[in-house]
Design a protein. Structure first.
Length: 117
């Protein structure tokens, strides 16, 4: 915790591991103990602690916890991260400069990890 001593803000992002909720809550608790003034959290665009789906549910639980923590926060909710789309999608991106999803005519916003910072 010594390395956080002079920090004023935290950017919170991690992959959805089995202990995701506990790990994220621990970062928020420690940040509060250390007097961190602001947390920037990257969440799923569908974050909802009552969702029947795993990713939105775990992100929603962290979202709820952060909001109630009393720390100032900024929550970023992209609908997807480009690095999560490897494999077959890469072919259509290279060939057509687009990829396809089951959203009908709807559009979604995806971000690249290098663009977040």
């Amino acid at each position: 915790m010594q390395q956080w001593k002079n920090s004023k803000a935290v950017f919170l992002l991690s992959s959805p591991e089995p202990d995701f909720i506990e790990g994220q809550k621990n970062v928020i608790k420690v940040a509060k103990q250390l007097g961190i003034k602001h947390i920037v959290k990257l969440l799923s665009g569908d974050a909802d602690s009552n969702s029947q789906f795993y990713i939105p549910r775990i992100h929603g639980a962290v979202d709820d916890y952060l909001i109630k923590s009393g720390i100032n926060y900024t929550i970023l909710r992209p609908m997807g991260i480009m690095q999560n789309w490897p494999g077959d999608i890469a072919k259509s991106v290279k060939k057509e400069r687009k990829f396809y999803e089951a959203t009908g005519k709807g559009k979604r916003v995806h971000v690249g990890l290098r663009d977040i910072a």
